[in-house]
Design a protein around this ligand. Structure first.
Ligand code: NAP
Length: 277
């Protein structure tokens, strides 16, 4: 690659106009005074391979990958990290100087880093974690909870076969709970995580009963629009520690920014403000 080019990064998805990632990376580039830019790239599945193969020739050092391409990009990567293999999807590509494409998944890292920053007393080993949902985000959350030592994961999803499939992949530490019983998980849980899209602007409401929540439980919602979901409002009212999903979005971007632009950025209140706009 031509060393005099300004390094470029971006996010590939369809649709992509709603993405907050450009604001985030542009903010960090500005704060750290680095040359570079970050752009949203709307790419359809049939064009994905051709687009990705041509990006390094234009000065791209890497891209984030979002819906619907997170699984497909594993096929065209030359190297896939262990965590991306375990999760079965990638959200970050690094275009190496030797021409190789490196695929990683930083969602689980971002999820845990967000909990550590915003629930500093969180002890993963304190008890079971209740996870709602069994989609792509749930895979990253479950893999990372197991890695940090959560003793058991109670998993509930509207479509039961999907939670059964995750149990067979992630093993004995996962216990599947019927969706109609999801509210019962709250009493046992030391950590509660919503990985469904319920409660998100434009999606169905979050209606899982929450009266079993105990004070001190750490409750995290991956949904970040709105920032204060019904789950988080009720969790706070019950004396729980509520952690919103924006922090995960910010933290998952840290390792990617570092690999692309050479500085490990910090997630601060100013970062949040820049992204909320
Ligand atoms: P996904 O793979 O499409 O999974 C969606 C999940 O939501 C599935 O478990 C699905 O259940 C459930 N769901 C959807 N509508 C439902 C309904 N009406 N009733 C019950 N369950 C319902 O999506 P994803 O990639 O995992 O993302 C899930 C959410 O996490 C999205 O809101 C996304 O924005 C958010 N997210 C946030 C971050 C962050 O950084 N904060 C990162 C990744 C994702 P079924 O299996 O029954 O369909």
């Amino acid at each position: 690659m031509n060393e005099h080019r300004i390094p470029l990064a971006g996010v590939i998805g369809s649709p992509i106009a709603h993405s907050r990632s450009p604001r985030l990376h542009k903010h960090w580039l500005r704060v750290y005074g680095l040359p570079g830019d970050y752009v949203p790239l709307h790419v359809e599945p049939e064009d994905l391979v051709e687009v990705i193969r041509s990006l390094p020739k234009m000065g791209f050092v890497g891209v984030n990958i979002t819906i619907p391409h997170k699984v497909a990009v594993l096929e065209l990567a030359d190297l896939v990290t262990d965590r991306a293999t375990l999760i079965g999807a990638a959200n970050t590509l690094i275009f190496r100087k030797d021409g190789k494409i490196h695929a990683d998944n930083t969602d689980g890292y971002g999820f845990i880093a967000n909990l550590k920053q915003n629930a500093p007393g969180w002890n993963p080993a304190a008890g079971p974690a209740a996870v709602l949902g069994a989609g792509g985000a749930a895979r990253a959350v479950i893999a990372s909870l197991i890695e940090v030592g959560v003793p058991e994961i109670l998993l509930s999803n509207r479509t039961r076969p999907k939670s059964d499939a995750l149990k067979s992949e992630f093993g004995q530490r996962v216990r599947v709970v019927d969706w109609v019983q999801a509210g019962n998980m709250m009493e046992e849980a030391a950590t509660v995580v919503n990985t469904t899209s319920l409660g998100m602007v434009g999606a169905a409401e979050f209606r899982v009963p929450l009266d079993g929540l105990r004070p001190g439980t750490v409750v995290s919602d991956l949904v970040y629009a709105p920032l204060k979901t019904r789950l988080l409002v009720e969790a706070e009212a019950a004396g729980c520690v509520a952690v919103d999903g924006l922090g995960m979005l910010l933290h998952q971007a840290v390792p990617a920014f570092e690999r692309w632009f050479g500085i490990r950025p910090e997630v601060t209140q100013a970062t949040r403000d820049a992204v909320i706009g």
